[in-house]
Design a binder for this molecule. Structure first.
Ligand code: FPP
Length: 260
């Protein structure tokens, strides 16, 4: 989680020119399903956690890559799903928790230097207390910044997020504060973790699988979906630029007949 470049230590304000997507068409909100860490490690005879470690370096490079593109306001990274937490070996999960702490500690100064705000989505109250403290302190410290928002999804399930929002709305209705006809898309969205955030414009999935894995199901309603066979640990700025160039060619119609 850093804006340091492919060469560690380089910052957004460094010499590399900002990337300008064609025709100035830039997604405001980019989200990524960082898949392929395990297969990347397996192909090298390494432990899965080493794949995640390499994946964290890619997260770092892509954060920098997005921060260098004027117009990208938010990058959301799927670091740990609700199902990962329950269905993967305990050793892999505790390794991931420690890795997340390591990266927050290591890269917070760079986040601050580059004016990035951190946020988390997901049921973070179920994470180990030491990680919650680290995450909360980093989010608080970076809240004074005004640049791109880097949002990390931890213990996140989109279906559970929607169910939670529905419960909140139902509670208001039960108290008589909301009539059924006032339960609109907008009202429900106010109770998602992403309340107030623009929908995802570009969803990137690495590792070749073609599925959305319970990630931002509501928020990707009209997202353009870029799938690549590249494993996440190998994903770098040139791959991001390829995705952004492809995005700029899309005709986004939002259900209409013409571009809007
Ligand atoms: C999916 O690959 C990846 C994860 C479940 C974890 C992603 C976590 C990181 C990249 C580490 C740190 C994150 C940040 C934001 C610093 P997989 O294990 O399912 O891969 P596979 O499909 O090849 O087995």
């Amino acid at each position: 989680m850093s804006v340091a470049g492919e060469n560690d230590g380089e910052t957004v304000s460094g010499a590399e020119p900002a990337f300008k997507p064609p025709h100035g068409v830039v997604p405001r909100h980019v989200a990524a399903i960082m898949d392929g860490n395990g297969r990347w490690a397996q192909a090298r005879g390494l432990a899965r956690i080493e794949g995640h470690d390499a994946g964290a370096k890619a997260a770092h490079a892509i954060t920098e890559g997005c921060a260098r593109v004027e117009g990208i306001e938010r990058l959301t990274l799927y670091a740990l799903s609700y199902d990962n937490l329950r269905k993967r070996p305990r050793s892999e999960i505790s390794g991931l928790f420690k890795l997340l702490r390591k990266y927050i500690r290591k890269e917070l100064p760079t986040v601050m230097d580059n004016n990035i705000r951190l946020a988390v989505i997901g049921e973070t109250g179920e994470l180990p207390k030491y990680l919650q403290r680290e995450v909360n302190a980093a989010v608080k410290k970076s809240s004074v910044n005004s640049g791109m928002m880097l949002c990390v999804a931890l213990n996140y399930s989109s279906r559970r997020e929607i169910a939670h929002a529905a419960r909140e709305v139902a509670r208001l209705a039960a108290k008589g504060e909301l009539r059924p006809r006032q339960i609109t898309q907008e009202k429900l969205a106010e109770h998602l973790f992403t309340a107030g955030v623009p929908d995802v414009d570009l969803l990137i999935r690495t590792g070749g699988e073609r599925r959305v894995s319970d990630f931002l199901l509501w928020q990707i309603a009209y997202a353009e979906i870029f799938v690549t066979d590249v494993f996440w640990p190998d994903f770098r700025a040139p791959h991001l630029h390829e995705a952004l160039k492809w995005y700029a060619t899309r005709q986004r119609r939002f259900g209409a007949l013409e571009d809007i």
